[in-house]
Ligand binder design. Structure first.
Ligand code: G3H
Ligand code: 13P
Ligand code: ZN
Length: 307
């Protein structure tokens, strides 16, 4: 099956009150783990590639691994650029076959974000490629951009931004953040703001970045086997589930993949100190990605059986 655009996927998700998971991929095992979960759950999938992933694996490897993945499936799968930093990167990946790009001008002043997003939209739409943009700022680190405090998305600005840029989906800031340390106190999302933004743009798909839940079982496992990830805290699953029933059609997850693999590999090393064949510890790590992603699809995103 060829890679698809998010257009139909999001229209169905919006109407059906669920969201599609956008999982970050960096290597073969991660891609295989996510694809297995998608097959098991018969779920649509978005596989997304950051600048860091392109640097780590190389764009050709990612594309070829995705081609291999697509040979073995009939699931609808989107290949998406995560946090595209400039027009040139978006152009490059569109030429390479990505079906969706994010242009992230969220760190720019409003008018500059609009100008940059518009430029990408014009180019991408000409090639039938979907464009996600971002308005508002998440706390935390993403590639080279970091921000200590979040700036929640203003509903009036969101409407103006979408009208003036023509972007197809919009990532908004309502309290999520990137990484494993999202909340110091109680975990909260601004659902009133999400509700207002959603109602101001009926039918329009919104995106939540920074949506890992940081499962306690992986934090505990990592720490039990020599890790040091104390105090890690993610977005509770029930909050994500609620967002998925609203206008949020895409939920981004990366940290949970990293944690699952690392926790399982730490455990493996501790329990099998004499082993040194990478296949021995990468197999359970790949299985952990599969099981964690399948759980998200089933109980958080609500997209089991929606392929
Ligand atoms: O938004 C950030 C994603 O988790 C990607 O992270 O840039 O380290 O690959 P990365
Ligand atoms: P997490 O760090 O919460 O997994 O967020 C990932 C993300 O938003 C990728 O764009
Ligand atoms: Zn992100």
């Amino acid at each position: 099956m060829p890679l698809v655009s998010p257009k139909e996927m999001f229209a169905k998700a919006y109407a059906g009150g669920y969201a599609v998971g956008a999982f970050n991929v960096n290597n073969m095992e991660i891609i295989q783990g996510i694809m297995s979960a998608g097959e098991q759950e018969r779920s649509p999938l978005i596989l997304q590639v950051s600048a860091g992933a392109r640097k780590y694996a190389g764009e050709t490897y990612i594309i070829k691994l995705m081609e291999a993945a697509m040979l073995g499936t009939d699931l609808p799968v989107v290949l998406h650029l995560d946090h595209g930093q400039n027009f040139e990167i978006c152009q490059k990946v569109i030429e390479a076959g990505f079906t969706s790009v994010m242009i992230d001008g969220s760190h720019l002043p409003f008018e500059e974000n609009i100008a940059l997003t518009k430029q990408v939209v014009q180019y991408a739409h000409d090639k039938g490629v979907w464009v996600e943009a971002e308005l508002g700022r998440l706390a935390g680190v993403e590639d080279e951009v970091s921000s200590e405090h979040s700036i929640y998305t203003d509903p009036d600005q969101a409407v103006e931004f979408v009208e003036r840029t023509g972007c197809d989906s919009l990532a908004i800031a309502i309290g999520t953040s990137h990484g494993a340390y999202k909340f110091k106190g109680e975990a909260k999302l601004d659902f009133d703001r999400l509700d207002v933004i959603g109602k101001r743009m009926p039918g329009y798909p919104l995106v939540l970045h920074g949506s890992s839940s940081v499962p306690q079982e992986f934090v505990d496992m990592a720490n039990a086997y020599g890790g040091h990830v104390g105090g890690a805290k993610g977005v509770p699953e029930e909050l994500l589930r609620r967002a998925a029933t609203m206008a949020v059609c895409k939920i981004n997850i990366d940290t949970d993949i990293r944690l699952a693999m690392t926790a399982v590999i730490r455990k493996y090393f501790a329990e099998h100190p004499a082993d040194f064949d990478p296949r021995q510890y990468l197999s359970p790590a790949r299985d952990a990605v599969r099981d964690m992603v399948a759980h998200k699809i089933r109980t958080v995103l609500g997209c089991s059986g929606k392929a």
